[in-house]
Design a protein around this ligand. Sequence first.
Ligand SMILES: [Zn+2]
Length: 449
Amino acid sequence: MRKVIITGLLKSQGKDVGAEYENLKQLEFADYDLVKKRQEEKLRDLLLHCAKYVPYYKSSLKAFLESEGKDLSLFYSLPALTKKELKEHKDLLTSTDCHERACYKNFSGGSTGVPVAFVQDKHSWSVTIAQKWLFYSFLSDTLPLKNIKLWGSDRDVMQGSLGWKAQLKNLLYKRKVLNAFAMDEDKMRQFVKEINAFKPELIEAYVEPAAALARFILKEGISVHKPLGVMTSAGTLYPDMKDVICKAFGDCPVLDKYGSREVGDIACSCKENSGLHLNCFSLFVEILDENMREVKAGEIGKVYVTTLDNYSMPLLRYELGDMARVAKEKKCSCGRSMPLVSEILGREMNMFVKRDGTLVSGEFFIHFFSSVYNDDSVQRFQVVQKDYEELLIRVVLKDKEAFEKAKPKLLLPIRKIMGESCRIDFEECEDIPPLKSGKFLYTVCEIDK
Ligand SMILES: [Zn+2]
């Protein structure tokens, strides 16, 4: 009933998430060859659109247009699209007919410390949400699942209260958000109380706060409501984190979800624990070596994503900056048609710690740098906690003047979380290199915890 109301409301706004979700459900267990064929058809249509309407791709896809879309192999000669290129050429990447789709601008944290702006529309948004629902349905088909989100909340940080619209939306979606940007022991105890009272079917959480809360629950020996599952995102779910979360929440399944704002959900594990299923419906995901060749089963490569449904700003072979290992098994025992990767080697963060023991999520900084105050002035950033009351923020700037203007706004939430007496220094850098593994550390805590 609730699903009918939600899909009806969305449809009245021109967002047919319900129909998109039904499409996905029909393909979920379909024959892989059929899924692959459909994906190729979508790719072909998208490339033809790019050749006609996206200035950035017009010349490189000219031959594809001339072949009337017959020669799909031309796609594989396209170079990768980096975040830097997306930032520099976002106008050329926006389709010239995008106004017909009532497109709008959105921002992303991505996963390499490079915040980016991108354009999307109602259709691409609907497909993104439908895919999110499909991953939720890995736990139960009865959507919406009663959901507690251990998430970041601007309003809590800025001491505001939730507007009535947001409250109504949470009620309709059976959803409650607990602010996980900063957690001390009292807050964690309170979270457990709220979980026990609300009895969620799903706990959706940033990975590091989820693991911190789980460790606290086990340490204190508190009994907690068992959900159908915990779904983590925004960071790598390491096996020890998975174990501790599973144990704390009554041996429930822990699903590992990987995604980004600009392309949506990319992959998610199911209850079978055999890896992450790739979203092969609205995305074409490639795991490639340094020569842009597909890596073999069991090997690690870089993740490149082509968004099949965003015609307002199509991203072709978009390099997210993360790596993934292709699974050795072709098929998961759950029977789903979506191919598997066995692990994602992506975003790395350290949690910060305050003198009173409060843990501050690394996601907090990503959120404020990349989404809330993104004015395109920062190319790359890294926040280092040197001491309890000392932060160093490294930035690679694109627009120094704009950044100086945005700085006071940026400092406000950081001071609210870290304390007014916290010293915050900025260091302008030419570049902030990733780790040897290729991963990028957004937040580094130099305090011996
Ligand atoms: Zn599976």
